[in-house]
Write a new protein. Sequence first.
Length: 221
Amino acid sequence: MNAIVINLARRSQLLVEQQLRLLDDMEREERDPDRLAALFRLDHLAARMRRNDENLLVLAGGQARRKPGVGMSLDALVLAALSEIEQYQRIRVEVDSTVRVGGQATGDLVHLLAELFDNAAAFSPPDSPVRVLSTAHGGGVTIEISDEGIGLSPVALTEANQLLGTPPDLNLDSSERMGLVVVSHLAARHRVRVQLRSGHAGTSAYVRVPDDLLIDEGALA
């Protein structure tokens, strides 16, 4: 079953990647602002479709086709994740732009953050902001994502954190909680720790990125 899911997801992913390349070409040649805005919306939708295909690959044990880069600043990483969610306008970002993440982890971290941004926006009032902050510490950097939703019950919070700490295999339950399951698998690949906590209003997700995934400014010179 996993092999079937991977095969179908790969086929869909190839088509989406072709669509994204075509949209990039059209955007470079378009001069009409209204048409360009429409192309950007299509590009954004295609990026979200690509993430759905990657979710299936992660659940089935496959690898995404994103190529690792030389590294990204934390603010660029967050911006890339925002490009893959529908309600990106609601995200308020205050992260340290001097922190840089190594290329081997950037693709998976963009995917992981996009899933958490999506959850925070989906389970909070549509007119409320979702705040993203970062805190550097001796063991790496922590990214905090806070919404103003109704929050989770203590039991639901415990179950969600257990799921985030132990990635489950592909089954009916995991497909129904796809976002958190995908996050748990992506986090486990890089020893990233993700934990949910109840806040004064809503829920906060804490993403602890270890220092071995970070690189110095001089490494990119």
